[in-house]
Design a protein around this ligand. Structure first.
Ligand code: UTP
Length: 297
C-alpha cells in the first residue's frame, strides 16, 4: 500500500530581496493578503491535505514566524474578557499543537534544493510534501489536496504544473510532458529556466511538490546548478534519469506569484474582492477609481 503523505516542508529561508526594504525586518511569509500572512494560507492548504507534521526551513531574521505560530495567552485572555469570540476563533487557526511543528536552520541560502535537503533527518523514509508559501493558490479544492489524492493512485514524485506563456518559460522549471486540467501525467524531463526556444513545453512547475525520500539522496550528490544554487528541479530530474516515475499534476485553481510585487498586488485585489465582509465596498472603490482614471486620460 502507498504511504500517506503526512509531512510537509516549508522552505522559508530565502532572503526575499524583491520586497526590500520591507523584508529587512519582516519575513516575506509574514506579509499579509488582506489580514492573513502568506504562511497561514500555506498551512491551511497543508492541513486540508491531511498534513500532520510541519517542517519549516528558516534562516536568521525569521523568528517572527515562530512567534506567529505560538500561543499568545495574554492576547487570548484579553479577547475572552472582552467577549470577542470571533477574534478568538480567528486566533485559534494560528495555534499549532506542541510537537507538530519543527524549525530547521539553513545557515546559507544555497538554494531551494539545499533548503529541502536541510530537513532530511526529519523526513526519514516517507513521501513528503514541499510547499512554497510564495505561491498562493486559490481554488475550490486546495491544490495540495488535489495532488495528495492523485498521488495515492500514482506514487512516485509529483510536481504541480501550470500553463504559462511561452515567453515566460525562463522564469520557471519547465516539464517535458503533456497534461490535462485536474489530472496527473508522466514527465519525461525537466529543465530549469529554459529560454522559450529550448523549453520542452509551456507547463511550468509551481511551488507544490510531493517527493519520495530518494530526492534527499539525490540532493546529497547534486552540485550547484542554475543561478549558482542547488536546484530542487535537478534532484527531481535525476529521478527521471534513473527511470523512477515523476508526474506532473495540472491543478485546478488560480495561482498568484506572491514572491513578486505585481503578483502580490494581484492577489491582494483578488482576495479582497472575494471577502464577504469587504468585497462589495472594495469593488465599488476599484470601479470608481478606474472610472476616474479613464475619464482623466
Ligand atoms: P525565491 O527564489 O523566491 O527566493 O525562493 P527568495 O530569497 O525567497 O526571494 P527573492 O528572489 O530574493 O526576492 C523560492 C522559495 O525557496 C525558499 C524561499 O524562502 C522561497 O520560499 N528558499 C530559497 C530557501 O528556503 N532557501 C534558499 O536558499 C533559497
Amino acid at each position: 500500500m502507498k504511504k500517506r503523505v503526512t509531512k510537509a516542508i516549508f522552505p522559508v529561508a530565502g532572503k526575499g530581496t524583491r520586497f526590500l526594504p520591507a523584508t529587512k525586518s519582516v519575513p516575506k511569509e509574514i506579509m499579509t493578503l488582506v489580514d492573513r500572512p502568506l504562511i497561514q494560507y500555506a498551512i491551511d492548504e497543508a492541513r486540508a491535505a491531511g498534513i500532520k507534521e510541519f517542517i519549516f526551513v528558516t534562516s536568521r531574521g525569521k523568528s517572527a514566524l515562530e512567534d506567529y505560530f505560538d500561543h499568545s495567552p495574554d492576547l487570548e485572555n484579553t479577547l475572552r474578557k472582552a467577549g470577542k469570540d470571533d477574534l478568538l476563533e480567528t486566533l485559534k487557526s494560528t495555534n499549532m499543537d506542541s510537537g507538530a511543528i519543527a524549525y530547521i536552520r539553513q545557515h546559507k541560502a544555497l538554494g531551494l534544493g539545499h533548503a529541502v535537503w536541510c530537513a532530511r533527518r526529519l523526513i526519514g523514509n516517507e513521501p513528503f510534501a514541499v510547499i512554497l508559501p510564495d505561491d498562493v493558490i486559490a481554488g475550490q479544492t486546495p491544490c495540495l489536496q488535489q495532488m495528495v489524492e492523485a498521488h495515492a493512485e500514482t506514487g512516485g514524485c509529483m510536481v504541480a504544473a501550470m500553463e504559462v506563456q511561452r515567453d515566460k518559460t525562463s522564469s520557471y522549471g519547465v516539464l517535458d510532458g503533456h497534461g490535462e486540467m485536474g489530472s496527473s501525467f508522466p514527465v519525461s524531463g525537466m529543465v530549469e529556466k529554459p529560454n522559450p526556444q529550448d523549453a520542452p513545453s509551456n507547463l511550468a512547475v509551481i511551488g507544490r511538490y510531493i517527493l519520495t525520500p530518494d530526492i534527499m539522496r539525490n540532493l546529497s550528490r547534486i552540485k550547484t546548478g542554475s543561478g549558482g544554487e542547488i536546484q530542487l528541479t535537478d534532484a527531481i530530474a535525476a529521478e527521471i534519469d534513473e527511470e523512477r516515475e515523476v508526474f506532473g499534476y495540472q491543478f485546478r485553481g488560480e495561482r498568484f506569484d506572491c514572491g513578486s510585487k505585481a503578483g502580490f498586488l494581484q492577489a491582494t485585489v483578488a482576495f479582497g474582492l472575494a471577502r464577504e465582509d469587504l468585497g462589495a465596498e472594495f469593488s465599488n472603490y476599484l470601479h470608481d477609481l478606474m472610472s476616474t482614471r479613464r475619464a482623466a486620460q
